[in-house]
Ligand binder design. Structure first.
Ligand code: FEO
Length: 404
């Protein structure tokens, strides 16, 4: 008996992916709502499987495939993206199915070889503009290099107007619902934004270029099928629009204040900074690092115009959690931010200067030179912290053209 059933998306396309209800840490990204690894089965004359799933879920995927056809009937496997959440079970799938052809992009072929060290490379390379005949349908390939790996590509099935977009337009969300319109919009927005921030933000110029290309190509898309999260059918324009605005990073009157603290001195300063921002009418989020995951901070920064960071000095350095956060955010290359640093210290006080240096490396426009408290902030320092929040707030309003 097949325990797991495939989900019919159209007359000839089925979802045969898996649901990872338990995952809470996806290579350092907190996945509070779990995830899915989507694979798709096309019942064309030459039956085709698009992507596979994470290795421990191989049996579940095979069970879903078996609920529709005998898996040995699969003639073609297409690997749109080599990361192991989509290829971990590729070798087992190849052994079980024995397909005639396996396709990947040129960089995909190299990446798969480097992952699996094949004795005999089974991959046939396809490039942008290539298409293959599935008997009664065809499938077209579009490479999307560095979105988000060098190997990434998407595939288009014109007969069904389906774009299989690998990680593109995905989100980490475990659910029994397979379509966008079966899920609440606030959850879609939250998880899509977090996914974009943590996976795509560094590649935003390439996202803008891809969206422009898709428009030029005038692809008709009835279904947008990513490798994570729901299939888009009702909100395709919505998710394309969101990606467009995230890639563009339009300034918004919003600030994120991140801090850690040892004896509550930096916390008090952080709260005063928030007070200043609030007085200027800026929507602000205070994110204590003891209570906020760095991947959630990234999601907030994606839509913010300011990043203000507080750290005590410990052993002449930035506090470790703050350093980790800055290292992570720096790699994500957020653009168009203003910001500042602050913090308390006992006798040396290097953290604020060091933080300013890191913010400058991130091309953040610094609003203040240095705001520090010796041991415990007095009234004067707290007033200066409020002033700092107000100065940043005023600069945000200038950038945003006064729009609240
Ligand atoms: Fe879902 Fe980049 O792997």
């Amino acid at each position: 008996m097949d325990v797991f059933k495939a989900v019919k998306l159209t007359e000839s396309v089925y979802w045969v992916g898996v649901i990872d209800w338990a995952i809470r840490d996806f290579h350092g990204y907190s996945t509070g709502r779990g995830s899915t690894y989507n694979a798709y089965l096309i019942l064309s004359k030459k039956i085709t499987l698009i992507d596979t799933v994470k290795k421990p879920f191989f049996e579940e995927m095979m069970s879903r495939i078996s609920s529709v056809i005998d898996p040995s009937r699969i003639e073609i496997i297409i690997s749109n993206h080599s990361e192991m959440d989509h290829t971990g079970s590729l070798p087992e799938t190849i052994s079980a199915v024995k397909p005639d052809k396996i396709y990947a992009s040129p960089m995909g072929s190299k990446a798969l070889s480097a992952h699996f060290h094949w004795e005999e490379d089974p991959i046939e390379v396809v490039k942008t503009g290539d298409s293959i005949d599935l008997g009664n349908m065809r499938i077209e390939f579009i490479e999307t290099r560095m979105l988000h790996w060098p190997d990434s590509m998407v595939t288009y099935l014109p007969e069904e107007k389906i774009l299989f977009s690998q990680d593109g337009f995905g989100m980490h969300l475990a659910s029994t619902e397979r379509f966008d319109d079966e899920l609440p919009l606030n959850i879609l927005k939250e998880e899509a934004r977090k996914y974009y921030a943590n996976i795509l933000m560094p590649f935003s110029p390439l996202v803008s270029a891809l969206l422009g290309n898709l428009e030029k190509m005038k692809l008709e898309i009835d279904l947008l099928c990513p490798d994570h999260g729901p299939v888009w059918r009702s909100k395709i324009d919505w998710i394309l629009g969101k990606w467009g605005s995230w890639a563009e990073r339009k300034p918004r009157p919003k600030a994120v204040v991140v801090y850690d603290t040892m004896w509550n001195s930096t916390r008090k300063m952080a709260q005063a900074v928030i007070e200043g921002l609030t007085r200027e009418g800026i929507s602000s989020k205070l994110m204590p690092l003891r209570a906020s995951h760095i991947s959630d901070i990234a999601a907030e920064v994606l839509e913010a115009s300011a990043l203000i960071v507080g750290s005590p000095t410990i052993n002449g350095r930035i506090f470790p959690s703050v350093a980790e956060c800055m290292n992570y955010l720096g790699g994500l290359k957020p653009k168009n931010l203003v910001g500042a640093a602050f913090g308390s210290y006992g006798w040396s006080g290097e953290a604020v200067k060091e933080l300013n240096g890191l913010l400058e490396e991130m091309k953040v426009e610094l609003i203040s030179e240095e705001l520090r408290a010796v041991y415990v902030p007095d009234e004067g320092v707290l007033e200066k912290s409020v002033d700092l929040g107000q100065s940043v707030g005023r600069r945000i309003m200038e950038i945003c053209g006064g729009a609240k």
